[in-house]
Design a protein around this ligand. Structure first.
Ligand SMILES: Nc1ncnc2c1ncn2[C@@H]1O[C@H](COP(=O)(O)OP(=O)(O)OP(=O)(O)O)[C@@H](O)[C@H]1O
Ligand SMILES: [Mg+2]
Length: 261
């Protein structure tokens, strides 16, 4: 009941920020939701995706963060898409990004800020792809171009499914913990990746299925800080469940289990 109410409230909130018609070009009906925060290059990148038939139309803002914005969009077959656009103007973000890029043998990066953000978007896309191929429940990655990542939308009619953080107490169960532990197992052992920002804020719960999201900072096992990041991820998840009164194993036990031969 209360969740329904929350969803309605969220929809209303979305409507308020929706349909700001900016930068509308002659004959162009698709890009109705591009806000001032995006520079010309980003708008052009969106046009490019529309021209390539990746995106049919932008619908509304799902969430606006400091470093990125998530939009609800439609594909050319009317399927729901999540479009994550990284802002190319946050200097703070640059500093924090670099520690997750340097040390990961899969990526090289220069000093041009815009390029670093592009690498970040590519990295999120590649991490999602590798995770998905290893059977980790993540939104299906669809496309990445410049500072934009397109993926499967987790939710209904533009309303995102709740985060683990937003679940009512009675829905935080040992089963949900086990699902997340299983996802971590595939992520670490099959994909060879560490999420590195895992917490109740980066797990979505869609019905009885969980999805790990937000993979920009995920690193390969070879990263020198991988073990430290892994410990932190495990710690965050365990703490969340403990606080909700669910018995979860100790951090060391989970770590040993993930590193079993
Ligand atoms: N595939 C998706 N489908 C639906 N909603 C999504 C999807 N991915 C992300 N979201 C929503 O957008 C929010 C932000 O996404 P994400 O965690 O990837 O970005 P972020 O970098 O953490 O943003 P922030 O700057 O807010 O920290 C999520 O909490 C979730 O509610
Ligand atoms: Mg996040």
């Amino acid at each position: 009941m209360s969740r329904d109410f929350e969803e309605v409230a969220r929809r209303e909130e979305m409507r308020k920020v929706d349909w700001r018609r900016i930068k509308r070009r002659k004959g162009d009906e698709v890009l109705e939701t591009v806000e001032e925060v995006f520079d010309r290059k980003t708008v052009m990148a969106l046009y490019q995706m529309i021209n390539r038939g990746i995106i049919g139309g932008m619908r509304g803002v799902v969430k606006a963060g400091k470093e990125s914005r998530i939009y609800w969009a439609k594909g050319t077959n009317e399927e729901d898409l999540a479009v994550k656009i990284f802002l190319t103007s946050s200097m703070e973000f640059k500093k924090s990004m670099l520690q997750y890029i340097h040390g990961d043998p899969r990526f090289k990066v220069g000093h041009d800020y815009r390029r670093i953000v592009y690498t970040w978007a590519q990295k999120e896309f590649r991490n999602l792809t590798e995770a998905r191929n290893a059977g980790v429940p993540v939104p299906r990655p669809i496309y990445a171009y410049e500072n934009i990542v397109v993926m499967e939308f987790i939710g209904l009619d533009g309303v995102p499914s709740p985060l683990l953080k937003e679940l009512p107490r009675e829905e935080i169960t040992a089963e949900v913990y086990n699902e997340i532990a299983g996802a971590l197992d595939s992520l670490y052992r099959k994909a060879g990746l560490v999420h590195a920002d895992l917490s109740e804020y980066n797990v979505m719960v869609h019905g009885n299925k969980i999805f790990l999201i937000d993979f920009g900072q995920a690193v390969s096992k070879e990263h020198p800080m991988a073990e430290e990041f892994l410990r932190r991820d495990i710690g965050n998840i365990i703490r969340f469940f403990e606080r909700a009164g669910i018995d979860a194993p100790k951090e060391e036990v989970v770590l040993r289990w993930l590193k079993r031969p």
